[in-house]
Design a protein around this ligand. Sequence first.
Ligand SMILES: Nc1ncnc2c1ncn2[C@@H]1O[C@H](COP(=O)(O)OP(=O)(O)OP(=O)(O)O)[C@@H](O)[C@H]1O
Ligand SMILES: [Mg+2]
Length: 610
Amino acid sequence: MEKVIGIDLGTFNSCVSVVEGGTPVVIANRGGYKVTPSMVAVTEAGKRLVGHIAKRQAVTNAENTVYAAKRLIGRKWDSPQVKNALATAPYHIVEGPHGDCRLELRDKVYSIPEVSAMILQEMKMIAEDYLGVEVPKAVVTVPAYFNDGQRQATKDAGAIAGLDVIRIINEPTAAALAYGFGKNIDRTVAVYDLGGGTFDISVLEISSTGVFKVISTAGDTFLGGEDFDQRIIDWLVQGFQEEHDIDLRQDRMALQRLKDAAEKAKCELSAVIETEVNLPFIISSARNDALHLQRVLTRAQFEDLTGDLVQRTAQICEMTLDEAGLEKDEIEDVILVGGMTRMPQVQRSVSEFFEREPCKGVHPDEVVALGASIQGAALVDDSPEMDMVLLDVTPHTLGIMVVGGYFEELIHQNTTVPTSRTQTFTTVRDNQTAVKILVLQGESRRADENELLGEFVLTGLRKAKTGEVELDVTFEINADGIVSVHAKNLETGDEQSITVTATSGLTKDEVEEMMEDAHDYAVGRREDEETEKARQEAETLIDEIEKLFPEVEQVVAGSDFGRDAIDKARTVVERARTLIERGDVPGLKEQIDALARTQRMFKGVVGKSG
Ligand SMILES: Nc1ncnc2c1ncn2[C@@H]1O[C@H](COP(=O)(O)OP(=O)(O)OP(=O)(O)O)[C@@H](O)[C@H]1O
Ligand SMILES: [Mg+2]
């Protein structure tokens, strides 16, 4: 059976899973960790680092270490989210060629999907190391509240990473899938997912027939652990400024240290009620004295600093229930997902809101990846255990701009996907030969307050009187939540199919070029790994042979034949050393055989003597 991996591409952490023998399992990385930090860095020597090794060097290489790239994916350069990141991130965000934003690491500029692709590629390799085969297919999760542009960009990231993303699914839906899988339950559940960067809430009906139906979903793609950290950072910076009149934000290294310390303090406050932030030598004063930062933060203070954030999640829960047409007491299970749900105040707020204790036994860091792999297996496996149906919804209303700058709704939010809607357009002027359509997503009545997905122009219309030429335009949202548009000229029957490429998206050529780069990297890295493996193997054998030399020499000293064998052995070892130096992997692999033979022979000689 073909394997499909499930990847939870998180803002903070990523996780990969696969279904084995009907059970989803999380795959640990080489360090033995089940989650990998979604961090990418480029070292001074130009080497790419991903995951834990990137995280470990973040403080000393802050400018060239990217975290939370997911907050920028599919975002436009002039969006408030990018402005916010510009003000707080220690790495360089620059304007891209399509009104998008890009990242400058060392002397190279990367698109956001390219950076996400590095993380996806890492997750792919973790899975391949474990499974021992190539795994080209994946299901990748996104926050339920991601719009079309963010979904497209995530798909691009998958393609760049060399993955065939057979489905994009929503994170809370994936969590519900993992929760309900194999349980044979009929239940209405709410999934509350507060992660590093985003907040999602989804209400679903799980049925024992294997149908997982999302009723409504809502969220905020800019509300998560990062914002809680930022509140602590602001508090620390402000205190320091009052005391020393120095703005720590001006120093990238200090900023990265503050960020680490803030996050650490936040996590500690989930377990204890008071913690000390201690950052010696954080900066130098104008008179060149080393200054230290030392402050105690209590849980109560922290809850004060972030109370409004938790409150906002409760408001969004309220909205979702309204949209679902459900009362709180109709929710039978509340599932907590995301690292931030370890915060006591969050747990308290959720229990108070839903008037029930959240379910235990769901691993908040792993459940999304598990759900993704279940969905992956279900898509390729016809066996009855994998028989399930996932019905998700579109999180945003889809529509177009009409006269007066208004937004005309075509597909309402929370409509089950895939779905489509056909609308007939007519010309509004005499002799009009083209019609321009602006496609948007959002809930505002005003078009410009919604997210512009793209615009397209239908051309080549017959010159005629107003209203004579009619066009049928079909708007479609597929199971990935991605929008496409087809138009049909009713007179001529001519069809035009338009993919609504996000105005900030990458072109096909760009994606292909990035794919090649990523592929070269993967090949290079596999080669490096192979070299390293061969080197280690050869060195182990050389060590063993070297240790045996004196004894072997003693045993065979008397015979010419023995001396010959020893000389030969020396040549074999010397040659292996040369090949290691040259990094000649094919040569070394052959030489490993010779080394192994020599080692066996030596062992035999010594064994006989002993
Ligand atoms: N014990 C804890 N107490 C409080 N917060 C925690 C704790 N452990 C982890 N976190 C926070 O949880 C966040 C990471 O959660 P998670 O790994 O679920 O995010 P993610 O899946 O990467 O992000 P997203 O789903 O938003 O894209 C971080 O902000 C981290 O600081
Ligand atoms: Mg998450």
